[in-house]
Design a protein around this ligand. Sequence first.
Ligand code: ADP
Ligand code: GLC
Length: 497
Amino acid sequence: MKILFAASEASPLIKTGGLGDVAGSLPDTLAQLGAEVRVVLPAYRNVARQLQSVQHYGSLMIPGAVEPVALHSGRLNDNGPLIILVDAHGLYDRDGGPYADSSGRAYADNANRFAVFSRAVTALALGRGGDNWHPDVVHCNDWQTGLTPALLAREWNRPATLFTVHNLAYQGVFNYSDFRRLELPAALWSMDGLEFHGNFSFIKGGLAFADVITTVSPTYASQICTPALGYGLEGLLSYRQERLFGVLNGIDTDVWNPATDPHLPSRYDADHLAAKIPNKAALQAAFGLPQRDDVLLFGHIGRLVEQKGADLIIGVLPRLLQQDKVQVVVLGKGEPHLEAALAAAATRYPEQVGVILDYNESRSHLLEAGSDCFLMPSRFEPCGLNQMYSLRYGSLPIVHRTGGLADTVVDATTGALFDGTANGFVFEHASLDALWWAIERAIQFRQRPPVYWEKMQRAGMARDFSWRASAARYLDLYRFAMDHPAVPSLVASGSRG
Ligand code: ADP
Ligand code: GLC
């Protein structure tokens, strides 16, 4: 099976969050399972030079791009999938990140940047622009690739399309004037198409037109069909429910392996948990905290935004820090008021709170290994990778029961402790009291004989989070998409043009 995998970021080339991890690891596993995979990404600054033997792949004429769009190809390593870079003059090769400038402001021309990208993916999906390679399926991810299923739905000779929602909160909504400026087919401006309450929605292109829609956990797949987490798209998603599937993300078990992790001063596994302990001292040192072995160390990593509940962590600190044998470390970057509140907490409690307001891959590994508990009070979480990393690193996650957190963390109830499945602490509502209740349970649990804690660590470390099962599931869904092409109402009603 030939798969074109399109995403706006892929680790280690370019990453701002979990999408990067997924696009960086799922294609490799699909290839190991026998698929022929090509990954397509925008040619952001410094991406091409991380690839081996970069070659000219082809070129495309695309509306919205001032010159012909150049396509380059290369690989990260000999066995990795072919990576195709879409190099549109002036659109991707910039200072700053993939979506925003260095000060965090979204680029004003994002509609055009990702329309050009979606159109390039569409052309590649139809075998144009390169070596006449015709994929069977194009796998699109998030709104930046949302126009591709919509544009492909109008083509007779198209491959099957699968669209994955990594986070429905980010939809790529722009104005009608942007829609006009991008010279998209007029028929797409419809309630059944890209129009959304008078605006122009990229994500609707994926949701309304893809043969199969997936999201990144079973629980989130049902949550997005409700008003609470559907953002007004729950009707469309419910209507397409027979084509909507939840597939839990895997993790890269080579990159996230405490037994081989080069970022750790002391490597360990489930049979050598004592070797985890030196990482705690290293973590305390890295975050400027006193190196004490007798404290319970809580960690958090994440984008500092409302979704992730960093405000709940900040809010719970006064109660938590009354306990004297407790420390908290936070690694994150995001909204200025959350950064300021965390920095203030670190100043106020220098012995107990350590904060690094930065994006730092190496520190994130150390934090997973050195902390005892990982705080993840996300208000919603489509999948979440950090709770899986912490399970694998024997740091017990404390999570809100939502999305992928609900699907991966098993609460320390008496029954789950008895049958050996318990691996963390789960609370029901994203509130301060509920978070505090779970933290208190962790603190009390720690006072029991260590075998109980270690049993939970081992339960988490033993769980298989590799991509194998989920990648096999994607292969099944690609086949389903190929066998059951969707005929969206816009196309069925004959409004091609
Ligand atoms: P999301 O994609 O919503 O941000 P995920 O849990 O799926 O959440 O993935 C986040 C990814 O980004 C993880 O790999 C996490 O370690 C990483 N990450 C987030 N913030 C930072 C940071 N400040 N430093 C290093 N890595 C980070
Ligand atoms: C999104 C979600 C996160 C998920 C990631 C990868 O960024 O917020 O929950 O793990 O995508 O699918």
